[in-house]
Design a protein around this ligand. Structure first.
Ligand code: SF4
Length: 329
C-alpha cells in the first residue's frame, strides 16, 4: 500500500484514522511520522524502544498458540493520549533517544533464536509504525513465525486492508463505550474502533478484546454490559474478552486501583451479555478456558504460564467441540 498521498501542498498520512494532513517538516499527532521533502518518513523505523520475549498470554492472547513465546517490540509514540496509559513512558515519548538500528531481519533472527512462535507489535500503538512492522511480519512469515498486533483499533481502512496476509491475530482495546470519552479524553473515536473491530473479524483475523476497567471512568454496570454486548453480538459470543485491572499511572494518579470485586462483577456482566470466554487479567485469578459445550477445562493457566492444555487438534477431547482460536494442529 501507499502509506501517504498528496493533497495540494500537504501529504495525508494513511497509517491511522487521524489521516493527518502534514505540511513540509510537520510531524503528525503520533509524534513519529513526518513530512520530509515530499514523503512521509516513519521516524521510528528500525528503532524499537522495547524488545522482550513474553508468553503470548501476556499480550493477552489466550486462544492463539497457547503456551508459546512472542517476541514483543514497540517504539515510542502513540496516536491516542489516554491519561491512564500504563505504558506512557514509551507511548507519550516524542523524542527519539534510541539511535541503535535494528533491521527487520535482525528482529526475525532474534525471534528464531529465542524460539518464538510469533512476533507481537505491542507496548505502544503499532499502526503508527506499520511500515516497520509489515517488513518484519513478511519476513517472519517466511520463517513460519506469526504476527500479532496489540492495538487501540484506530487503524485506517487502508492499513486494515493491507494487514490481510501480514498480521495473523489482534488484541484490540475497547476502552469505553462513550463517544465523548473516546473523543475528548482518549483522542480517538468510538465509532471507528467499533467499525474496525467488525472489519477485523469479517476479514478473518483472530481477534481478542481487552478492556482496562478504570474506577469511575468505565466501570458502571451499564457501560461494561454495553461493551460485552457489542462484542457478543458484533464479533461473536466466543470472542475472548479480557478484563484488565487499572493501577494509578501517568496523569491518572488520584483514582484507586481496580478491585477484584469490580473485575469479578465485570466478568459476571460479560457472561450475562452472552460471552463464553471472559478472562480477568493481572489480578492473580485463575483463568481456565472451558469447553463451550461440555464445560470441561481445556486450558489451565498460572499467571501467564499454561499449566495444562488438553486440546486435541484445537478440539475438546471429551465432546470434540472446536475451541475458536488458532492452535497447533
Ligand atoms: S500515524 Fe496517524 S497520527 Fe501519526 S501521522 Fe499518521 S495519521 Fe497522523
Amino acid at each position: 500500500m501507499d502509506y501517504f498521498k498528496p493533497e495540494g501542498s500537504r501529504l495525508i498520512c494513511l497509517l491511522c484514522a487521524h489521516y493527518c494532513r502534514l505540511k513540509e517538516g510537520q510531524i503528525g499527532r503520533c509524534g513519529v511520522n513526518q513530512n520530509v521533502q515530499g514523503v512521509i518518513k516513519n521516524l521510528v523505523y528500525a528503532h524499537p524502544a522495547a524488545l522482550h520475549v513474553d508468553p503470548v498470554e501476556k499480550k493477552p492472547l489466550y486462544h492463539f498458540l497457547p503456551g508459546t513465546r512472542a517476541l514483543s517490540l514497540g517504539t515510542i509514540g502513540c496516536n491516542f493520549k489516554c491519561p491512564f496509559c500504563q505504558n506512557w513512558s514509551l507511548s507519550q515519548e516524542k523524542t527519539l533517544r534510541v539511535k541503535e538500528t535494528v533491521s527487520p531481519a535482525q528482529i526475525v533472527e532474534a525471534a528464531l533464536k529465542y524460539e518464538c512462535a510469533s512476533i507481537a507489535y505491542t507496548y505502544n500503538e503499532p499502526s503508527i509504525f506499520y511500515p516497520y512492522a509489515k517488513e518484519i511480519a513478511l519476513l517472519a512469515h517466511d520463517h513460519g513465525i506469526k504476527n500479532i498486533f496489540v492495538t487501540n483499533g484506530f487503524e485506517s481502512s487502508e492499513v486494515i486492508e493491507d494487514m490481510k496476509g501480514v498480521i495473523d491475530a489482534l488484541n484490540v482495546d475497547l476502552k469505553s463505550f462513550e463517544r465523548d470519552y473516546y473523543k475528548n479524553v482518549l483522542g480517538g473515536s468510538l465509532d471507528v474502533v467499533l467499525e474496525n473491530l467488525k472489519q477485523f473479524k469479517e476479514k478473518g483475523f483472530w481477534v481478542e478484546v481487552t478492556t482496562l476497567v478504570i474506577p469511575t471512568c468505565n466501570d458502571s454496570d451499564a457501560e461494561l454490559f454495553a461493551i460485552a454486548s457489542f462484542i457478543a453480538q458484533a464479533l461473536g459470543a466466543r470472542t475472548p474478552w479480557h478484563i484488565s485491572a487499572f493501577h494509578p499511572d501517568y496523569h491518572e494518579l488520584s483514582l484507586p486501583a481496580t478491585s477484584v470485586q469490580t473485575l469479578e462483577r465485570a466478568q459476571r456482566l460479560g457472561h450475562q451479555a452472552g460471552l463464553k470466554h471472559v478472562y480477568v487479567g493481572n489480578a492473580g485469578l485463575e483463568n481456565p478456558t472451558r469447553c463451550v459445550t461440555c464445560n470441561a477445562i481445556l486450558i489451565e493457566r498460572k499467571r501467564f504460564d499454561v499449566s495444562k492444555n488438553i486440546l486435541v487438534g484445537g478440539c475438546c477431547p471429551t465432546c470434540q467441540t472446536k475451541l475458536e482460536g488458532v492452535f497447533d494442529e
